[in-house]
Design a protein around this ligand. Structure first.
Ligand code: SF4
Length: 337
């Protein structure tokens, strides 16, 4: 398969993963996303001390990264986000803080009456290392008007990501596919990511995320029309497409074992993917939308899955430091799309 050949020539046989922990600091949210099963009007908001207790657990489990995201809260501006980052860095300066979606940064800036640029500058100064490129869903105004009308638009998402890169905060990039978008809109989304990368070079990985249809209004509507989740075959084709369109630009394609399940995630390694994401410890967002694959996986099991796929496991840092030396040596031979 062409995608697998490209993966092999670009990043070799190493399959990476990161030991990390997710922390969702609030399940209350002002948002109205039709695909969300996590938001809860009677939900929780963690205090800084409760967040720190989870960070300490992460350290005990040898996590190198914490990924913190939460709902959009009224009257909670940039100071709360800064306090989270500063509290963590004061106790654990070495831990990598990979936190806050472009939507959260946009919201925090708006509540605080400052620009996104200023918010990012302050977050960076406080110790924010990288940001997840979530809240991207599908970067199409038509789709966003239907599935997440109150979220930042395509233009704003691109702007927050580019501004983060300008503030020396690398990001990942994601795509939540398999709901109402057309194949063209899916391709357009991936091409937008490629264009950003050509300009900034600070996207560390691309993560295609299949839509989870349970316990949310968008999924209910689709299921009434006879559409369930994406099929496994469609997932694998989307991974292959991502590798083919992004190869030579964003070379790390992550298969989410939480969304795909462990066995399909392992198979995705033969369809262009070269990373299995994190061990997680805690996962709430996919679980509430029907994911059945657990909230934690051990390093040992991840490494076993990778070995069984005939590949070489390697624990990585969030920034993939020291991985893919082969890719650099082979870079001149890599076909670019
Ligand atoms: S997806 Fe995020 S922003 Fe949208 S409603 Fe859910 S928690 Fe809020």
């Amino acid at each position: 398969m062409f995608a697998d050949e490209l993966r092999s020539r670009t990043v070799g046989d190493t399959v990476t993963y990161v030991v990390n922990r997710n922390i969702n600091f609030a399940s209350k949210c002002l948002g109205t996303c039709g695909f969300c099963a996590f938001k809860n009007k009677d939900g929780y908001i963690l205090t800084i001390e409760e967040i720190m207790a989870k960070v300490r657990e992460a350290k005990q489990a040898n996590a190198t990264e914490v990924c913190i995201q939460g709902g959009l809260l009224p009257n909670v501006g940039i100071d709360f986000y800064l306090e989270i980052v500063e509290s963590i860095k004061a106790e654990y300066p070495e831990i990598h803080i990979h936190s806050f979606s472009p939507m959260e940064v946009y919201h925090a800036a708006r509540i605080s009456g400052i620009t996104v640029k200023e918010a990012l500058f302050r977050l960076n100064k406080s110790g924010l290392d990288t940001m997840p490129g979530t809240a991207a869903e599908i970067l199409s105004e038509r789709v966003r008007r239907i599935i997440c009308p109150n979220k930042l638009g395509t233009r704003e998402w691109i702007e927050v990501i580019k501004q983060a890169h300008a503030a020396e905060i690398p990001t990942t990039a994601t795509m939540m596919y398999g709901h109402i978008e057309t194949p063209e809109e899916r391709i357009e989304h991936i091409l937008i990511i490629r264009e950003i990368q050509k300009e900034t070079g600070r996207i560390t990985e691309f993560v295609p995320l299949p839509f989870m249809p349970y316990n949310n209004s968008l999924g209910k509507k689709l299921m009434e029309g006879g559409r369930y989740a994406t099929s496994g075959l469609e997932d694998l084709k989307t991974y292959a497409l991502s590798r083919i369109l992004l190869n030579g630009h964003v070379d790390n394609i992550q298969a989410s074992w939480v969304k795909l399940g462990k066995k399909l995630a392992q198979f995705a390694l033969c369809c262009g993917a070269n990373d299995l994401g994190g061990t997680l410890i805690e996962e709430n967002i996919s679980k509430s939308a029907g994911a059945l694959n657990g909230e934690w996986i051990s390093k040992e099991e991840l490494e076993w899955m990778i070995h069984e796929a005939g590949r070489t496991p390697k624990e990585r840092t969030t920034l993939y430091k020291g991985v893919h030396k082969l890719a650099v040596a082979n870079s001149k031979k890599i076909p670019r799309c």
